[in-house]
Design a protein around this ligand. Structure first.
Ligand code: ASP
Length: 368
């Protein structure tokens, strides 16, 4: 396959061309954007995560899991701040017996000497069997995958957050959590989801919105500052899937009029690290963080919503989701964190071809 970088990147926009560049032998090999998963593949991923979670409860299940990727080496390259995501990838690899290395200080890597993405990832592919990457550049993961797809030693690339554009594994864990939380009500189909934050530069909210397009007639309410409202590309994509989508600029009026109809709320912080004057993707230490009242879910708004409304946040939170909400029956934020590890283990299992076996074993043992 001899595509230019632009051809490779543009092919991600079309379902059939995307599969050709992101899959190997029918399985996802490069995990870069939420749109790449079909509904059936999402269900398989969730079932794999559940099987891993349940197998991990018992000594023999744990031993079985830890033998699956024994000897595999994963490079976690984090060029932007992360605690949760980086550690959850490390813990996920550990569950399957793979060895992880975490490089989070990019100043100690050759990037700081001006090395190209292409050379860096080719070098890493000599020592590692998979790369997990977080980078302020929207296209970093795509460029890494493109560069590797042209080499003899192609290894999987999993994005752990690409600039302002997408955070695919976050959306997978969000979906896993949402699917579980809404299971008794028929799942995600037809549900109303509110996504709050700087949507134009909030990769977690954007990836979740892309993922929701896989379901039957959900309704999406975005609530964002005017300056960072959802971009046309995202809105057109959603509308192109016959999904009802609305854009608002304050939480309170929306909850006053529609609070009862909302099944899930996805709160995010304002992404001030991208504000003018900051070095791309790095927060300033002097900046006053998280102050805009219209995007805070004040605790007295609970009178507008149903007690079963699912309350999510990708974390870190600043002041937009006060602690009092932890008492709310639908608060699942800490479950999301834990699910991050299980779904990332399922992603590793998928790209390395161990997922079917895990699901089969889970079924055979009556765990699912
Ligand atoms: N942890 C998420 C991310 O890396 C959300 C956030 O930082 O606000 O995008």
């Amino acid at each position: 396959m001899d595509l230019t970088f632009e051809e490779f990147r543009d092919s991600l926009a079309s379902r059939s061309r995307r599969a050709k560049v992101l899959k190997r032998d029918g399985r996802h090999f490069f995990v870069l954007i939420s749109q790449q998963f079909s509904k059936e593949e999402l269900d398989n991923l969730c079932d794999t995560a559940t099987a891993i979670r349940r197998l991990d409860r018992h000594v023999d299940g744990r031993e079985y899991l830890r033998a699956l990727l024994r000897g595999a080496r994963i490079m976690n390259l984090f060029a932007q701040p992360s605690t949760r995501t980086a550690e959850s990838f490390v813990a996920a690899a550990d569950k399957l017996g793979a060895h992880s290395r975490l490089v989070s200080d990019i100043r100690t890597s050759s990037f700081s000497k001006g090395e190209s993405v292409e050379d860096s990832v080719r070098t890493l592919s000599s020592f590692f069997d998979g790369i997990v990457a977080r980078h302020p550049d929207d296209d970093f993961g795509i460029r890494a995958a493109w560069a590797l797809s042209k080499t003899q030693r192609t290894i999987p690339v999993i994005s752990a957050g690409s600039g302002k554009s997408q955070h695919v594994t976050q959306s997978l864990l969000d979906f896993y959590t949402l699917r579980y939380s809404l299971a008794a009500k028929g799942g995600v189909d037809g549900k109303t989801v509110m996504i709050v934050g700087d949507i134009a530069r909030n990769r977690a909210g954007r990836s979740l919105a892309y993922l929701l397009t896989k379901f039957d007639s959900p309704t999406i309410h975005f609530v964002s500052p005017r300056a960072h409202a959802p971009d046309d590309q995202l809105l057109e994509y959603i509308r192109g899937h016959d999904i009802e989508v609305h854009v608002h600029h304050a939480i309170k009026p929306l909850l006053e009029s529609h609070g009862e109809s909302i099944d899930a709320m996805y709160m995010t912080r304002l992404q001030q690290e991208w504000d003018k004057g900051n070095v791309a993707g790095q927060p300033s230490t002097e900046q006053k963080l998280g102050t805009a009242d219209d995007f805070i879910l004040h605790h007295d708004y609970r009178k507008f919503i149903r007690p079963d409304c699912v309350l999510m946040h990708p974390l870190p939170r600043v002041n937009e989701l006060p602690d009092e909400w932890e008492e709310h029956p639908g608060f699942v934020v800490w479950r999301q964190v834990r699910n991050g590890m299980w779904i990332r283990a399922a992603v590793f299992a998928t790209v390395f071809g161990a997922d079917e076996e895990i699901r089969d074993r889970g079924k055979r043992l009556g765990l699912m």
